[in-house]
Design a protein around this ligand. Structure first.
Ligand code: PLP
Length: 405
């Protein structure tokens, strides 16, 4: 007889992934992938950090790294070091045992577990406010947990910067108790972050209205090249003694995309609350995958616990952020030298891995057809996909798209 699944309609691939397939099939040597959010070397190759290479060699020879399971909450040392990395070595919240951290499947898994936990145990407002626009997968994590999604204004196409007034207005009119998703730094997809004084205002408003902060940190160090500096937004919210949730990803900052390493931290008012929260997080995790994988967390813990390796890592993070800044400069200079119409200074004002170029879907399609450039239709450029050799090609494409395209 027929398949029991015969009624299931086919769903088209997510556009960004469909584009990846088209890119891999394109035989042109000049083709350029600026779509997917992955860090690349100057020659467009995947980047394995030296410190990761070094640690993996040590782990292979270390007889203590058996393939036993971790506990449901993951590797205790990894959790402790992850909290320290994001909250700071001298964080009072950590010293007072008010933070519970569980190892999750990268940033995505941390967001998902955080969303499930809130859906089950947060009783104020089952609505999550997220920036307009935001990372394409963000709504999915929360929708899947049954939470409602709303947006707050964030990006101003007029200035190619932050719509700070709009953001404050929308947060002001959100119902008290609503959850607000905030990207800690290097905002995806816009490349626009609030300044520290603006974060302070956002914090004051959110605390006074009882809005609950959920931070997503996927790019710590990619903005300033300094890990502490890029955690300031979160640390402001923790310093006031209030509560928040933090999802951390090691995909980008350690180049561990395929290892799926991340952490979910819940900062609570008291140690008692944190302990109860942790016991409930186990009940969320156990029916999903029971416990997380060991290899990636071993790599991260080995780096973070060793002063020398941690130092080597922070230098590699600085190098990645410097390369992103240099690509911004080179692209901006190339457009200026060609006399490309328009103001392109936002390319150097934007931070982190992405820039919201302002190119429209028609121009993006033109650049794809004529120049074999692959990027998402909203005009987001992954600066890490560029190198000194490919900047001229992209500048030619942008110039053509805005003059004749
Ligand atoms: N959060 C943001 C803002 C991202 O840009 C991404 C990936 O692009 C993620 C989370 C999830 O990444 P991962 O699950 O690989 O940690």
């Amino acid at each position: 007889g027929d398949s029991v699944f015969a009624h299931i309609p086919h769903v088209p691939e997510v556009p960004l992934y469909a584009m990846l397939v088209a890119f891999s099939k394109d035989p042109t040597p000049l083709k350029l992938n600026l779509g997917i959010g992955v860090y690349r070397t100057e020659d467009g190759k995947p980047f394995l950090l030296n410190v990761v290479r070094r640690v993996e060699r040590l782990l292979v020879n270390d007889m203590s790294t058996f393939k036993e399971h971790l506990p449901t909450t993951g590797m205790a040392e990894f959790n402790r070091l992850s909290a320290k990395l994001i909250l700071g070595a001298d964080s009072p919240a950590i010293k007072e045992n008010r933070v519970t951290t569980v190892q999750c499947l990268s940033g995505s898994g941390s967001l998902r577990i955080g969303a499930e936990f809130l859906a089950k145990h947060y009783h104020h407002q089952h609505t999550v406010y997220m920036s307009q626009p935001t990372y394409a997968n963000h709504p999915n994590f929360f929708n899947a947990a049954g939470l409602a999604i709303k947006t707050y204004r964030y990006y101003d196409p007029g200035t190619c910067g932050l719509d700070f007034q709009g953001m404050l207005e929308d947060l002001s009119s959100a119902p008290s108790g609503a959850i607000v998703l905030l990207q800690a730094c290097a905002h995806n997809p816009t490349g626009v972050d609030p300044t520290l004084p603006q974060w302070q205002q956002i914090r004051q408003l959110m605390r006074s209205k009882g809005l609950f902060p959920f931070f997503d940190s996927a790019y710590q160090g990619f903005v300033s090249g300094n890990l502490d500096e890029d955690a300031q937004s979160i640390r402001l919210f923790v310093a006031d003694g209030g509560e928040c949730i933090i999802a951390q990803s090691y995909s980008k900052i350690m180049g561990l995309y395929g290892e799926r390493v991340g952490a979910l931290s819940i900062v609570c008012k008291t140690a008692e609350v944190a302990s109860c929260v942790e016991s409930q997080l186990k009940l969320v995790i156990r029916p999903m995958y029971n416990n997380p994988p060991i290899h990636g967390a071993s790599i991260v813990a080995a780096i973070l616990k060793d002063r020398d390796m941690c130092n080597e890592w922070s230098i590699e993070v600085k190098a990645m952020s410097d390369r992103l800044i240099s690509m911004r400069r080179q692209l901006f200079d190339a457009l200026r030298d060609k006399g490309t119409p328009g103001d392109w200074s936002h390319i150097i004002r934007h931070v982190g891995m992405f820039t919201f170029s302002g190119l429209n879907p028609k121009q993006v399609a033109f650049m794809n057809q004529e120049y074999h450039i692959y990027m998402s239709s909203d005009g987001r450029i992954n600066m890490a996909g560029l190198g000194p050799q490919t900047v001229p090609h992209l500048a030619d494409a942008i110039h053509a798209a805005v003059t004749i395209g």
